[in-house]
Structure formats: C-alpha cells, structure tokens
Design a protein around this ligand. Structure first.
Ligand code: ADP
Length: 364
C-alpha cells in the first residue's frame, strides 16, 4: 500500500517536472555521459529549428555549432570537456536554409537521474539571442561613431581657441583672433545641431515624442515654412518658392512630425544648393497630402541615394563635406515618417538637383 502511494506521488512529481521543463521558453536538452540525447523540451525544437529530435542520437546531430566566424565546432568535445557549468554567448547555429542565429548555451555536468541511477550526463540550456546580439552590436557601433563624430569638432574648436589665445599674446591681431573664434563658434553650433538631432532620434526611437494628431491647414503651414527659411535662402543667393494646390484640404497628422520632417528637407535643400532655387510643393493625394521639396542643387548619385537615410551617412562629395552636417537629419526624418505612416520618395540627378517627396495619410 505504502509503496503504491510512493509510486503515485513519484509519477505526479515526474509529470510536474515535465510540464515545468516544457513550459520553459529556453530550450533544454539533457544527454547521457557520452553526449547522446536523453530528453528535450519543446523550446529546444524551436531553437534548433527541427520538427523532432531522436532520443539516443548524439547531440551534435542536431546541435551544429559554429564560432563567430562560421567555422564548425566539435560540439561533442565541448560538452564532454565541461567539468563544471560553462556558459557562452558567442556560438552560432546555421540552419538548413542558410540563416544564422546567435546562441546562448549553458552546459552543466550532472550526476544522478538518467537511465540507471547514478549515471552521469549533461544538461544543456539553449536560447536564441540574435536580437539581443544585434542590438548590442548596433549600440557598440553607435558609440564608436558618436565618439568619432564628437572628437573632430571638439579638436578643431580646441585648436582654434588655443590659436586665438596664442595670437592674443603675440601680435594681438584682432582679425586673426576673430577668424579663430568664428571657427570655434561654428564647431560649437555643429555640436549643438548634432546633440539636437540625437535627442530627437532617441525620443523617436523610444516612441516618446509627442504625437497628438491635429488638423493642419496645409496652405498656412507651407507659408509659415517659407517665412521661416526665406532669409537663409536669400543669404545664399537662391530663391525659395512655394507651389500649393488650391484644392488642398486639411491634413490630419502629427504637426510636430510633419514640421520636423519638412524642416529637414528644406534645410538640406538650401544647404546643398549653390545656385538656383528651392521649391516646396503641396498637393492633394488620396486620403492625405503629398509634399515635395525640390532643389537645383548638387544632386545625389545613384549609389548614395540608397544610403542617405542611414545613420551618420554623408556623401563623400567635397561640396557636401564643405557644409556642416551630422548625417543624422534624414535618419531622424525616416524614423518620424514611419511614425506618421508617411512614405518618402527620392529622385535626384548629380549636378541637376534633388526632389524629396513625402506622402502623409490622414490619421485618426
Ligand atoms: P547632413 O547633416 O549631412 O545634412 P542628412 O542626414 O540630412 O545629414 O543628409 C545625409 C546626406 O544626404 C547629406 O550629407 C548629403 O550628402 C545628402 N543630401 C541630403 N539632402 C540633400 C540634397 N537636398 N541635395 C544633395 N544632397 C543631399
């Protein structure tokens, strides 16, 4: 009687344990001491991207690991060599369709439990960490690009200020001092622009930018943009025209996003145009409005057109490099456009000019 009771409770314990392991989101595989599979859970099938696992098979028939460079590894050796628990985040698995995932792998040598009582074995925990890894890589790259981008203007400003001090002590030539201070000032403005862009980008990425939808009177909106930028255009000796469809109705969208996006297009158009004009167009489109900013500027090569929205991308062209810029403006623009469900199109020809077109749908 008492032994029956024990059997029942062992059965229940076993079932509990099994459902516990099966409910885990991490893949679990246990093996015998020769690294042959004894037990696995459902999540292991997902991580390994297989429909079933044959119990008794050597674990390396399903767990085909490579190092970070894609070189195959001796999985059996790695497991059998584990004397204490080891974990790694540097392995990868290549699936049959050629795709590669990054893997978290923990190997724990265990005693007791599988097959004959007292046998040894290993418990493997596996998890797909591709997304975490790519976020880490992106963050590292971001930090390295940012520090590089910050270092240059700071070094120029520091040099210019040092130079001004030197001239002040030696000759006191005010013209030269003014020149040096103007250069330092320009770099400070560049840093300020960059920090503003970074702050908008970070708020857009976290989705915490205010995005209340409102009715925007497109006529007034375009006129206000013209007012805002006409002086900058005049300073460069170029015209800033507007071309607004009289049929235009109200646009329902986030004014903050629409404004920020259009300002980015217009400042770029003025910045990258040496002569001629910039025109801001607005016309009615299906369930929304289509804006466009066209310029008669330096244009963008076909190769660069595919990259202008990338983070920190700036064309190598000397005419671009002679202008201050962070390479963040269009990246931020694309993020904001996604949030406003807007679609951007770019057409451009080197030496002739560029047109950035954006369609904003009415939002609810
Ligand atoms: P930047 O701060 O360099 O202006 P953006 O992200 O706004 O950064 O633009 C990225 C790059 O795209 C610019 O450096 C420039 O090479 C190119 N670009 C953007 N707008 C124009 C334009 N209207 N005409 C020519 N090139 C442009």
């Amino acid at each position: 009687m008492s032994s029956k009771k024990t059997n029942v409770s062992t059965d229940i314990d076993h079932q509990r344990l099994e459902s516990l392991i099966n409910s885990m989101s991490d893949g679990v595989i246990s093996t015998d001491e020769k690294a042959n599979i004894v037990l696995y859970n459902g999540a292991a099938l997902n991580v390994l991207d297989v429909n079933s696992i044959q119990k008794g098979d050597p674990v390396d028939t399903v767990l085909k690991l490579t190092n970070e460079h894609g070189d195959p590894l001796d999985v059996k050796r790695i497991i059998l060599d584990a004397k204490t628990q080891i974990t790694s985040r540097d392995y990868k698995i290549k699936y049959s369709d050629g795709s590669v995932v990054s893997l978290y792998l923990s190997i724990s040598p265990v005693h007791l439990g599988y097959g004959k009582k007292g046998e040894k074995g290993f418990v493997l925990i596996i998890r797909d960490i591709t997304r975490e890894k790519s976020l880490e890589e992106e963050r590292d790259e971001f930090i390295s690009v940012i520090s590089h981008e910050l270092r240059t203007p700071i070094a120029i400003a520091e040099g210019a200020i040092g130079n001004a001090e030197f001239i002040l002590e030696k000759s006191g030539d005010t013209e030269k001092i003014k020149e040096a201070l103007a250069s330092a000032h320009q770099q400070a403005i560049y840093l300020e622009d960059m920090i503003n862009d970074l702050s908008t980008l970070s708020r857009a990425e976290r989705g915490v930018l205010e995005n209340s939808v409102e009715d925007i009177n497109a006529h007034q909106f375009i006129e206000s943009l013209q007012e805002m930028y006409i002086k900058d255009a005049e300073k460069k000796g170029i015209q800033l025209y507007i071309d607004v469809d009289p049929e235009l109705e109200l646009l329902r969208s986030s004014k903050l996003y629409v404004q920020e996006i259009m300002q980015n297009f217009i400042t770029n158009a003025i910045k990258y145009t040496e002569e001629g004009s910039v025109t801001v167009h607005a016309k009615k489109a299906k369930d929304g409005v289509e804006f466009a900013v066209s310029d008669t500027g330096i244009g963008i090569s076909k190769g660069d057109q595919a990259r202008v929205f990338d983070k920190f991308f700036r064309s190598e062209d000397f005419r671009t490099r002679s202008q201050n810029g962070t390479g963040l403006g269009l990246h931020v623009t694309r993020k904001l456009a996604q949030m406003a469900k807007a679609q951007i199109n770019l057409s451009s020809e080197l030496g002739k000019g560029s047109t950035f077109t954006i369609y904003f749908p009415n939002l609810n």
